[in-house]
Design a protein. Structure first.
Length: 175
């Protein structure tokens, strides 16, 4: 039987609720070409995995995926990214002992994983016929680059604002 701490339940509710709300309310950044949209809710899923671990990332991803206009795509992709982020953060980023050097690992990884999520994973899901089409904005490099930079800013800002939640100073995941 899986047991959850009150911290995990709270984080799953907070991050999952925020991810769901961002998507339902259409809060995000306009992209290029016109019509492209960068959803801020998927960033909540990444933060959930980093702060709360794989189960919290999975639950937040399900919350984000259920609110999606492409649920057949996001219901698989978002929980996967929440779990992936938990392990990448714990075993790659926090493995760097010096906290000031961790930024040089974290920022490129954030950007790389955002790029992969916005292009490669979505393309793969369309190839195996889970997503009904390949979204047209995937080819929009300016939108993907802006989204990668925005995600890096949000993640760095969150860690700097509440480093204890992310285990930044200790170099140990809090989950």
């Amino acid at each position: 039987m899986v047991k959850f701490t009150s911290r995990e339940v709270g984080m799953a509710a907070a991050f999952g609720g925020a991810a769901f709300a961002f998507r339902v309310l259409g809060l995000g950044l306009p992209g290029y070409p016109p019509g492209a949209f960068m959803d801020l809710g998927s960033m909540m899923v990444d933060l959930a995995g980093m702060a709360g671990g794989p189960i919290v990332g999975l639950i937040a991803g399900l919350g984000r995926g259920m609110a999606s206009g492409l649920p057949m795509n996001d219901i698989f992709l978002c929980p996967f990214m929440g779990v992936l982020w938990a392990f990448v953060y714990k075993y790659v980023v926090l493995a760097v002992k010096n906290p000031s050097r961790r930024w040089f690992v974290l920022v490129p990884l954030v950007m790389l994983l955002r790029f992969a999520q916005e292009t490669e994973f979505t393309y793969f899901l369309s190839l195996i016929q889970i997503a009904p089409f390949i979204p047209g904005w995937i080819g929009s490099i300016p939108t993907v680059i802006i989204y990668m930079i925005a995600e890096a800013i949000v993640v760095v800002g969150a860690i700097r604002a509440v480093p204890a939640v992310f285990g930044w100073k200790e170099g140990k995941a809090s989950w």
